[in-house]
Design a protein around this ligand. Structure first.
Ligand code: AMP
Length: 191
């Protein structure tokens, strides 16, 4: 089972990815989490990625693609995975197509979490005050939304044309949203 979850920053992708991945017994692979772990450990990858993350910009495709390639080659991802936060650019879409095709498989579904942009920004600003993530200043939050709208949102159409998208309302209680995702995937994917 090879799934993607897409949606604007702050729509709750990471939270939902964990529940969905657990249900299908596949790893949830978050590029943002991998970058943050590398930043935390001070690895060369982390040092490189931090500059972009702190500004709300995307880490260059070559760096991100290599990292994802390595991660999905790991044994736990051979039978499938749920990618959270990747692909985010056209070059990444093409790279992922190549990676998946190489293994003789194809993507099964793309979960698209929809959310009210203004409400998300409000929520992220509140979270910034309580958690103080380095990429959670107001300017960076707004920049991340802009970059998403410019570079990533248009990519959803590619997967829609392939008939893979499942658009799910991401607003509301976490477990309600999870249930909507399962309802939407029902019939497409046997669990
Ligand atoms: P996230 O936690 O998914 O919002 O990711 C946090 C940050 O990591 C993003 O704002 C980017 O700087 C970087 N990042 C995560 N995934 C990608 C990606 N697929 N391509 C480029 N940069 C990424």
């Amino acid at each position: 089972m090879r799934l993607l979850i897409m949606g604007p920053p702050g729509a709750g992708k990471g939270t939902q990815a964990k529940y969905v991945a657990e249900h299908f017994k596949i790893p949830a692979i978050s590029t943002g989490d991998i970058f943050r772990a590398n930043v935390g450990q001070g690895t060369p990858l982390g040092i490189e990625a931090k500059r972009y993350m702190d500004a709300g910009e995307y880490v260059p495709d070559e760096v991100t693609n290599l990292m994802v390639r390595d991660r999905i080659d790991e044994p736990d991802a051979v039978a499938g995975f749920l990618l959270d936060g990747y692909p985010r650019t056209l070059a990444q879409v093409e790279e992922l197509d190549g990676m998946v095709a190489f293994t003789g498989h194809s993507l099964d579904a793309v979960i698209v979490l929809t959310a009210d942009r203004d409400e998300i920004v409000e929520r992220l600003l509140r979270r910034a005050q309580t958690e103080g993530r380095a990429d959670d200043t107001e300017d960076v939050i707004r920049r991340r939304q802009e970059v998403y709208a410019e570079e990533t949102e248009p990519l959803i159409a590619i997967y829609r044309e392939r008939g893979l998208t499942h658009e799910v309302d991401g607003m509301g209680e976490v477990d309600q949203v999870t249930q909507r995702i399962f309802d939407s995937l029902n019939g497409v994917i046997e669990s």
